[in-house]
Design a protein around this ligand. Structure first.
Ligand SMILES: [Zn+2]
Length: 325
């Protein structure tokens, strides 16, 4: 095996989210680079400083921050390191980091439209107002470098960027081919399956992304890379990469089959499917459960098992070949 240049340290900080702690990875090589930046809370910042100190470093030593995706628990402390000159991530992370008001408005309109199309009852529309709430835990800053498929992390040429959209449109993973190590953000976690999440298209007028199909594609891409070990954003590092990916893909296919069977009774809209699929969680986790439901419907539509028709503003799904007058 060729000599490896970078040393990697893991820092772990608490978050106010149900997911619990989040990891950041410190690459020490030609640059001192943090992959991800935790969440913007005092507790997280205290934890970072303590752990850096234990390693013999301080916040001033960090020269770059590289972000796996735009979620608040991964980029909260971007601005806390005084000597950072490079903030790198996928171009789709930019409107989030730079708080693009036009994008946020479009984001809200997108969900309004999706709810309407999905047959969501009026009482849920109030949730749209909460879309900006998590922004208090995230950073406002500037993306100085964009990273896309195949590019190397600046100052760490061992590390290649792999686009892994699905959980987030901005999602990147980083692979060191020399020893098969992958820093995977939330793309692949060991203890929980990460959720493909609905997001609007980033270019106005484009069709919306279909996150579950993207997620499957990103998983298949990782399979082809022969990854030896994954350093994830949450939970333990792991080496059983291939069986885990196959398990995640199979589980998704089984859930899709469960959804398909629901259509034996006749056509349904996405909200009706969501109620049947997540009777216990739809109220408390509306956004997540709707994302998951629409993901499964996208998959069944893409694999030609379901077809769609419009009734007024609402989109209905039915078993392919069932017809509708
Ligand atoms: Zn995430």
């Amino acid at each position: 095996m060729q000599t490896l240049k970078d040393t990697i340290h893991r820092l772990t900080v608490p978050t106010p989210y149900a997911v619990g702690d989040v990891h950041m990875y410190l690459l020490v090589g030609d640059q001192m680079t943090l992959i991800d930046a935790g969440v913007q809370t005092k507790e997280a910042w205290d934890a970072v400083r303590t752990q850096l100190k234990e390693l013999g470093y301080q916040p001033e030593d960090i020269s770059q921050v590289v972000l796996t995706h735009h979620h608040p628990d991964h980029m909260g402390l971007v601005n806390y390191f005084p000597n950072v000159s490079v903030v790198a991530g996928h171009p789709k992370l930019e409107p989030w980091l730079e708080r693009d008001e036009r994008f946020f408005t479009r984001y809200e309109q997108f969900f309004y439209h999706m709810y309407e199309e999905s047959g969501v009852p009026d009482k849920y529309y109030g949730l749209l107002k909460a879309l900006r709430k998590p922004l208090k835990w995230t950073a406002e800053g500037t993306l100085t470098h964009s990273l896309t498929e195949g590019q190397r992390i600046p100052g760490h040429e061992e590390w290649m960027t792999i686009e892994t959209p699905g959980h987030a449109q901005s999602h990147l993973s980083f692979v060191r081919q020399a020893d098969g190590l992958m820093i995977a953000g939330d793309h692949l976690l060991h203890h929980i399956s990460s959720n493909p999440l609905l997001e609007p298209p980033y270019e106005e007028g484009e069709p919306r992304p279909r996150p579950l199909l993207q997620y499957r594609h990103s998983m298949q891409k990782v399979l082809e890379l022969s990854i030896r070990e994954v350093y994830p954003g949450h939970g333990k590092a792991f080496t059983d990469v291939e069986p885990l990916i196959l398990k995640r893909l199979k589980k998704q296919e089984e859930r899709a089959e469960k959804v398909r069977l629901m259509f034996k009774e006749g056509p349904m809209n996405a909200f009706e499917v969501c109620q049947l699929l997540f009777p216990k969680h739809i109220e408390a986790q509306f956004g997540l459960t709707m994302s998951e439901t629409i993901g499964q419907l996208d998959y069944l539509e893409d694999t030609k098992q379901l077809e769609t028709f419009m009734d007024g503003k609402t989109k209905y799904y039915q078993l392919a070949g069932d017809g509708h007058e």
